[in-house]
Design a protein around this ligand. Structure first.
Ligand code: SF4
Ligand code: SF4
Length: 84
């Protein structure tokens, strides 16, 4: 039986580490620098931008920023299921 995908919930950013151009040396930090909630929703782990989903408001600024430097687009907004 097919399970329906959740249709409600918060949209938060998620980084695909395999597509991201950054590493421990912080080769790219554009999404981090553009995030309106920098050092809250987006932090640096070593030099690499990392999303704190609980603080992300899903504005999508980082998604657009990433697209300007990475044709693959390493960030997506994903639905975070609501847990009750
Ligand atoms: S979606 Fe917005 S708040 Fe969340 S990490 Fe990206 S830029 Fe920051
Ligand atoms: S802008 Fe994209 S490629 Fe650059 S650090 Fe962020 S997720 Fe990685």
């Amino acid at each position: 039986m097919l399970r329906a995908e959740p249709r409600t919930g918060r949209r938060v950013a998620a980084i695909d580490g395999l597509r991201c151009l950054s590493g421990e040396a912080g080769e790219c930090q554009l999404c981090y620098l553009r995030c309106p909630l920098r050092d809250g929703a987006m932090v640096l782990d070593g030099g690499r931008p990392t999303i704190v989903a609980s603080a992300c408001d899903g504005c999508g600024v980082c998604v657009a920023a990433c697209r300007t430097v990475n044709d693959l687009g390493a960030i997506q907004l994903v639905l975070e299921p609501v847990t009750i």
